[in-house]
Design a protein around this ligand. Sequence first.
Ligand SMILES: N[C@@H]1[C@@H](O)[C@H](O)[C@@H](COP(=O)(O)O)O[C@@H]1O
Length: 251
Amino acid sequence: MRVIQVPNAQEMNRWAAAHIIQLVQTQPPSVLGFATGSTPEGIYRELVADHRQNGTSYKEVVTFNLDEYVGLKRDHPNSYHTYMQTRLFDHLDCVSHRTHIPAGDATDLAAECHRYEQQISRYGGIDLQLLGIGRNGHIGFNEPGTSFDSRTHVVKLTESTRNANAHFFQRKEEIPTHAITMGIASILSSRQILLLAAGHTKAEAIARLIEGPVDADFPASALKQHSDVTVLADESACQHLAKKGKIFDVG
Ligand SMILES: N[C@@H]1[C@@H](O)[C@H](O)[C@@H](COP(=O)(O)O)O[C@@H]1O
């Protein structure tokens, strides 16, 4: 696992966007795994700005999102469909049938999970998966205790995750109780993974990820079993790390 420390969130956004753009330009057709939450918002703004200024094209790009809330229609203002549409897809030249997000409003959720996995396989797997990290170490919506062998599945959200996402909703009761998420094994099947963290609220999670053991109680630690993971974090998110340095590798 490679750790890259940058001064602030803006630098994190620029670094990540440049990395994505390079992949899109040099390895078409790229299959990108996207994440939601506050962390990637600035990266998506950078991609939109680059598309406007430099014309980087996403016509050939295939995308898969990590997760979606159960029970929200895709046009609900807080669905991850709406999040991706308004922050990214509406502003790029993506082809809509190549952008994929689990259908949280499916009547048969188990069938939807199976279908999603098959779709990822049909495109030959994900080249680059972006990840945020929850304060409890969740990746996607894989909460502590999730099997490292898990594939796309339905999860019950913990109270801490619902609270952490509360700022996206008007009222706490509106926050869904369940979600569909790619599993930990689905995430680990990606050829390359870029985990992003900015701000002091992520400092404990980043220290535990980088310096703690592999442990199912801390889902992000599964990433240590993958051979191409970069943790891109700002100084605030790195403040509890014992090891200091701008770039270093951990076993
Ligand atoms: N499902 C998402 C995760 O994919 C994301 O990593 C996490 C952290 O969010 P934020 O970036 O807002 O801190 O939030 C949600 O739970």
